[in-house]
Design a protein around this ligand. Structure first.
Ligand SMILES: Cc1cc2nc3c(=O)[nH]c(=O)nc-3n(C[C@H](O)[C@H](O)[C@H](O)COP(=O)(O)OP(=O)(O)OC[C@H]3O[C@@H](n4cnc5c(N)ncnc54)[C@H](O)[C@@H]3O)c2cc1C
Length: 362
């Protein structure tokens, strides 16, 4: 069957890889240019690494193995140390290019921004209209266009994002050698009494991805313009330990990324007719559990299985399969959403339990 995926990031590519394995003709429409990957990097858990292997994507040699999770207070005293099984730090750019390399040639079209759908006389979606005027027909349309999805807004207006309660400031710093304290270690510094925390993850490319989490009610400075925010962060850094200053202080803080965390109640289905949502477009997860990439890959694998021998344009047959997809995905996603909300509640409530919980959810 002919399938068009809108959005060529992790969820879009995971679906494409899996559906191509099942023999479908797949095109990806991506609004960005081919050299933009968006974002810095992430920690992948063991299950996510296994799912990448299942999709035929090798990350070997591109990651930094993370075997420990260390939590400190602002005086660098240890709060806790816990072993991590099979976690790896990776630059987003690396992950994206490894996934892209496994797509069939010509799958992904860059500079192709989705604008609206065109319906047929039976009320099914017939084609996607792009901003550049092109019209692309297909049997199934998959919206993988991220947390602020246009397709979700247009086709699922009842699903709305909840307002922002915490924000993250994210960046990446290159080193000649990863600082010894960070080798093999995901480190977090907690200032939980003031609603602030900072995490660091090393990658294979001698870079450290770092992020600050801030309770927005206590830290409205996080929303200043990039110049003023950079000045504020530089002075705030003086209160943080030497390692934090070493990792963050050498960067041009005007270029770090402000991430307004969002969440959304899960719908009971991810499809309407022949339009399906996947990844962050379908189920934005709070950042506290580091599960956005893992969940996007699982969507792809589950969808590939669900549509493995799908070869009928019958509306009922597609509806049954996509209902099955939702039935498989919702219990897993519900658990992650709950875990993320619980971590956020503890963070915003300045609760000390927040410190003891490993922010990587299986
Ligand atoms: C700074 C940052 C750090 C992160 N860190 C982590 C982490 O540590 N661990 C983790 O698991 N997750 C992390 N995430 C989340 C993770 O990246 C996402 O959950 C994951 O990429 C799945 O997203 P997605 O593919 O559904 O959407 P996205 O990655 O947001 O991709 C959506 C794609 O759709 C394209 N698009 C949007 N609109 C249109 C349109 N109209 N037409 C065509 N294309 C369109 C966009 O250009 C983009 O390529 C992070 C995200 C960010 C931004």
């Amino acid at each position: 069957m002919k399938i068009v995926i809108i959005g060529g990031s992790i969820a879009g590519m995971a679906c494409a890889l899996s559906l191509q394995k099942s023999g479908h003709r797949v095109s990806i429409l991506e609004r960005r240019s081919s050299n933009a990957s968006g974002g810095f990097g992430m920690i992948l858990d063991a299950n996510t690494c296994q799912n990448l292997r299942e999709l035929g994507v090798s990350i070997s040699g591109h990651t930094h193995v993370i075997g420990q999770y260390h939590v400190h207070d602002l005086n660098h005293n240890f709060h806790s140390r816990q072993p991590l099984q099979g976690c790896q730090g990776i630059e987003r750019q690396r992950l994206v290019s490894q996934m892209r390399s496994q797509l069939q040639p010509g799958t992904i079209h860059f500079g192709a921004e989705f604008d609206h759908f065109i319906m047929d006389k039976n009320g099914s979606t017939r084609a996607a209209a792009l901003r550049n005027g092109k019209i692309i027909e297909a049997d199934l349309f998959i919206g993988a266009d991220g947390v602020r999805s246009k397709i979700r807004r247009d086709c699922f207006p009842e699903s709305t994002l909840n307002s922002v309660k915490s924000v993250e400031i994210v960046g990446m710093t290159p080193f000649e050698t990863i600082p010894t304290e960070l080798q093999g270690t995901f480190k977090k510094f907690m200032n939980y009494r003031e609603g602030a925390a900072m995490g660091m993850v090393p990658t294979a490319d001698q870079k450290v991805i770092w992020y600050f989490q801030w309770d927005l009610r206590r830290w409205p400075q996080t929303l200043l313009d990039s110049e003023a925010r950079s000045d504020w962060l530089k002075s705030e850094l003086r209160r943080w330990p030497t390692l934090v200053r070493k990792v963050v202080g050498s960067e041009d803080l005007r270029h770090c990324h402000l991430w307004r965390t969002t969440d959304m109640d899960l719908p009971s289905r991810f499809h309407k007719g022949n339009v399906l949502l996947v990844g962050d477009a379908a189920h934005p997860l709070l950042t506290f559990t580091s599960q956005g990439v893992g969940s996007a890959l699982e969507d792809g694998l589950t969808l590939g299985d669900t549509l493995n021998d799908w070869n009928s344009t019958s509306v009922d047959s597609l509806d049954r399969r996509l209902t099955d997809f939702a039935d498989k995905r919702i219990p897993v996603l519900q658990r992650r959403l709950k875990e993320g909300r619980s971590l956020q509640r503890q963070f915003l409530g300045l609760e000390s339990q927040f410190i003891g919980r490993v922010p990587v959810c299986a």
